[in-house]
Ligand binder design. Structure first.
Ligand code: ADP
Length: 482
């Protein structure tokens, strides 16, 4: 059911992904119906080492190019992605499940990072520091870190790659990317277009693998890899952080979240409900910034729940390639089992399901959009990233109470706040221990703004000039005898 252009790019991607020099392969499946899409190379330690060697060999010449030369190739890649956006979106939906319109949004969103960093790479300014002695001069240079390792997740299989690769390459680094095992095709398609765009051999490398451990082990142990950039679970992020200790690598970690979504009595309720729909159900709830805990002040709780129920009632659930689908399948059986367990635990402890509460009657990996009320902090769903289409509503009375509740988690990625009171915007916005706080809006990430978390949600920022700084080393160059 792909378009001719989608089928053509898929065929090229599968041909590219099954490398002649790697005998082992693993299968990629469509989560909407379990059907087999194709096989890709199952690489391990030797292939990872070869990729690192290639990136290392390519680094000096790439770093020596001017930012403008690098930008020219990055922009060619950006244009190729936009020219192929429909086909890339179809491949994304095919292997990941999200509705086609969302997939298209992700392809364009991801491509925008490339264009933005291509330009920002030209503005990696150093400093000249006022001297401490008349015959000395103090310069601060910003230089690319070197070879970067990137490990990316399945929930945004295209944009999480471009968001890492484009600042790395713009800064003059080279990179080895290991995409998630559920969604290698989007990564391979990006690599294929990167080659077409004209990146020199070894500048960008993809290592596909069924099991992450061997590849990650080589990436983290290699003294040639000077930085690791990871997006995924907090559990795996901690493993990688430990593994990087022996070579004292720089780290960017974009880990799990537990986003509070706080609605005060004075909020514009219709806007808040629209915001809850957007932040809760995008990608069927499978996003690290997805709304996880909805706190509604007592004066508007009943009205908010009724409006949310009405908005959720007829959400079309189905394969992402079907035209009107809003909620696709979850990524795999383990994801469905986990969501079911969280809902079961909440219902067992006294929560009430206003809508859903079970897998969807369609079967397979589809879960019914679920609205739970009377949810409390002692239920597992309060402290766990749901990663499914389940809206959990909690009550609260006071500002102090909801700030304490919202911060009562080891995570600190994104928080949402709905109020018209300007004083409260500052009081609560500043008190929330989160890397991103959205006030009366849904935090549409964009290349110019810093994305990232505090506490166990991670280290570093992606996007923005801060995200570029994460790929450079600062060197102090001291001149004497002047
Ligand atoms: P998610 O919950 O999004 O699946 P994971 O952290 O399991 O998050 O996966 C994110 C990425 O980390 C994927 O590319 C996956 O293959 C990789 N990964 C999973 N386990 C490990 C591990 N033990 N070491 C290194 N990478 C891993």
């Amino acid at each position: 059911d792909l378009s001719p252009a989608g089928n053509a790019l898929l065929a090229r991607t599968l041909a590219y992904g099954k490398r002649a020099d790697v005998a082992a392969t693993f299968a990629v499946h469509n989560p909407a119906d379990g059907s087999f899409i194709g096989d890709v190379a199952d690489m391990g330690a030797p292939e990872t080492q070869r990729a690192i060697d290639a990136a290392k060999a390519a680094f000096p010449a790439w770093a020596a190019r001017t930012a403008r030369e690098r930008a020219d190739i990055l922009r060619a890649w950006f244009r190729l992605i936009l020219e192929n956006q429909e086909a890339l979106a179809e491949i994304l939906t095919l292997e990941q499940g999200k509705p086609r319109a969302e997939a298209l949004g992700e392809i364009v969103f991801g491509a925008n990072f490339i264009e933005w960093f291509a330009e920002e790479g030209k503005r990696l300014y150093g400093d000249i520091v006022p001297t401490h002695a008349p015959d000395k001069r103090c310069l601060v240079l910003k230089q690319p870190i070197g070879v970067v390792g990137a490990i990316t997740p399945w929930n945004f299989p295209s944009s999480m790659i471009t968001r890492k690769v484009s600042p790395a390459l713009a800064a003059g680094c080279t990179i080895v990317v290991k995409p998630a095992e559920d969604t290698p095709l989007s990564a391979i398609a990006l690599q294929l277009l990167a080659e077409e765009a004209g990146f020199p051999e070894g500048v960008m490398n993809i290592v596909t693998a069924k099991r992450a451990e061997a590849v990650a082990g080589v990436l983290t142990a290699s003294p040639d890899v000077r930085k690791l950039s990871f997006t995924g679970s907090t559990r795996v992020g901690k493993i990688l952080m430990r593994q990087c200790a022996d070579t004292v690598k720089k780290l960017s970690l974009e880990l799990g979240g537990n986003s509070p979504f706080i609605v005060f009595d004075d909020a514009d309720l219709d806007a808040a409900v629209a915001g809850a729909m957007a932040t809760k159900f995008r990608n069927a709830g499978q996003a690290c910034v997805a709304t996880n805990r909805i706190y509604v002040q007592s004066g508007v709780r009943a009205a908010f729940v009724e409006k949310l129920r009405a908005a959720m009632e007829d959400l079309p659930v189905g394969p992402g390639l079907e035209a009107d689908t809003r909620i696709g399948p979850l990524i795999n059986p383990a994801a469905v089992a986990k969501v079911q367990e969280l809902v079961g635990d909440a219902l067992g402890k006294g929560a009430e399901a206003v809508l859903g509460g079970t897998p969807h009657p369609r079967g397979g990996l589809f879960f019914a959009p679920t609205l739970l009320v009377d949810v409390r902090a002692d239920m597992a769903i309060a402290s766990t990233e749901i990663f499914g289409p389940v809206a959990a509503v909690y009550g609260f009375e006071t500002e102090a109470e909801v700030i304490a509740a919202a911060n009562d988690t080891p995570y600190g990625l994104a928080a949402f706040l709905w109020t018209r009171d300007i004083g409260r915007v500052f009081r609560v916005g500043e008190a929330l221990e989160y890397g991103m706080v959205a006030v009366n809006e849904t935090l549409t990430s964009n290349p110019a703004t810093p994305f990232g978390g505090v506490k166990e949600s991670g280290l570093g920022r992606e996007g923005s000039r801060y995200g570029l700084e994460d790929f450079v080393e600062i060197k102090y160059l001291a001149l004497g005898g002047i």
